[in-house]
Design a protein around this ligand. Structure first.
Ligand code: PLP
Length: 415
């Protein structure tokens, strides 16, 4: 047996995005790339800012001996100090350099954080819908994945959270701006989550960590600002990256910031440095650490995402789709439209032969008939919804709107 049962199961579980990707390749081959409207992939499509290329070229030319050697597992001290200044500004409190750990993207950081805090069987709470990879990250480190529903508008539900918290809860992950909903959690929403955690801590003596996954912090629209999780709750760890801010997902550079208000901040950072090493990362990419430390105020052209998000939202709204307006990130999460009663056709039947009863899967298959690719909400723990990523050309959005319009009309009347 070449692949473990766990990985086989995981391949099956994560098959939606992969399946849509494969469908996309097939459609593009058949109809030509210009006639396929692929909203399935959240791959940043704006170029990094000009300053990135210049800084990279200058630093790559550095011939100082040792430049390409090992370093402390937590990262270059000077880089951690520079990043601490930025993290302090973002979070609104003074974060010492010692509380920063450079990571291999936000994904690497989340894995390091979970490896550091989880004992086998400890619980990791997420709110639905959630970034699908969280399940695997928790599983990687022996964590039990616990999903808590959100209220209307995808607002975290503090009462549902309070019910889900247990003596085994190690952490709650919040992601704002959110993938897949595009929601930014307000200060009041973060404080309500914090209050549930504080009450649980007072009762049980165990204060779960709040892990704020913030790679989209700077991809926000209409001048929005992402409130500070560290001000809301003392036991907070921020995981983030430059994957979206500078449009560098392939370069794998990010950081973890441990709140100075964490009771065991030093032990936590020491543990994280150890986990960076033993998970095999050893340290975050050296050259990229030095590059981002010089580009702390730079960002990609966020306005381009905003423009395209608005274009898509206007077109879909006019067509009759329902969704919360994206406030950040580059996703729109829409409700599967209601349809007229289906007569004797079983609800959920899919016409391409892949029998299923999930309405979001059925609707995504329906969109495929118009050469539109989307991801069903079931992949994010939210059946009944579907995700569109607007990392696509404006012409793709413009070309897709009449198709979305026809798709909803025919969906509603089709028998
Ligand atoms: N968290 C969320 C919510 C994401 O959407 C992503 C990537 O899409 C990540 C984490 C991982 O980011 P990175 O590429 O920096 O590892």
């Amino acid at each position: 047996m070449a692949v473990s049962r766990r990985i086989k199961d995981n391949l099956e579980r994560s098959s939606w995005i992969r399946r849509m990707f494969e469908e996309g390749l097939k459609l593009k081959k058949e109809f030509g790339a210009d006639n396929v409207f692929d909203f399935s992939l959240g791959n940043p499509d704006v170029e990094p800012p000009e300053a990135f290329a210049q800084t990279l070229a200058r630093l790559a030319a550095d011939r100082t001996p040792g430049t390409h050697g090992y370093m402390p597992n937590a990262g270059y001290p000077a880089v951690r100090a520079a990043v601490a200044r930025k993290a302090s500004r973002d979070q609104g409190l003074e974060i010492p350099a010692d509380n920063i750990l450079m990571t291999v993207g936000a994904a690497g950081g989340l894995n390091v954080a979970l490896a550091t805090i989880l004992d086998p069987g400890d619980e990791v709470i997420v709110f639905s819908p959630y970034f699908a990879e969280y399940f695997f990250y928790a599983q990687n480190h022996g964590g039990k994945f616990v999903v808590v529903p959100t209220k209307a508008g995808f607002s975290p539900d503090p009462e549902a959270l309070a019910r889900a918290l247990s003596p085994r809860t190690a952490c709650v992950i919040v992601n704002s701006p959110n993938n897949p909903t595009g929601r930014i959690y307000s200060e009041a929403e973060l404080y309500a989550v914090a209050e549930a955690l504080m009450a649980h801590g007072r009762k049980t003596g165990r204060y779960p960590y709040l892990i704020a996954d913030e790679p989209y912090r700077e991809i926000v629209y209409g001048g929005a600002r992402v409130p500070s999780a560290m001000l809301a709750y003392p036991e907070t760890i921020v995981a983030t990256s430059w994957s979206k801010t500078l449009s560098l997902p392939g370069e794998r550079i990010g950081y973890l910031a441990v709140s100075p208000r964490c009771e065991d901040a030093k032990a936590l950072v020491d543990g994280m440095a150890m986990c960076t090493r033993i998970l095999g990362f050893v340290n975050a990419p050296a050259l990229m650490q030095r590059v981002v430390a010089e580009l702390l105020d730079a960002r990609c052209e966020v306005e381009s995402y905003e423009r395209r998000g608005r274009l898509l939202a206007e077109g879909l709204k006019a067509a009759g789709y329902e969704f919360p307006e994206p406030a950040g990130a580059f996703y729109l999460f829409a409700k599967v439209p209601e349809r007229a009663a289906c007569g004797d056709r079983p609800q959920g039947e899919v016409r391409d032969g892949a029998a299923t009863r999930e309405p979001d899967v059925e609707f995504v298959m329906h969109l495929k008939k118009y050469n539109i690719l989307a991801v069903p909400g079931v992949g994010f723990g939210a059946p009944g919804w579907f995700r569109l990523s607007f990392c696509v050309a404006e012409s793709t959005i413009r070309g897709a709107i009449p198709r979305f319009t026809r798709a909803i009309e025919e969906w509603k009347t089709e028998r």
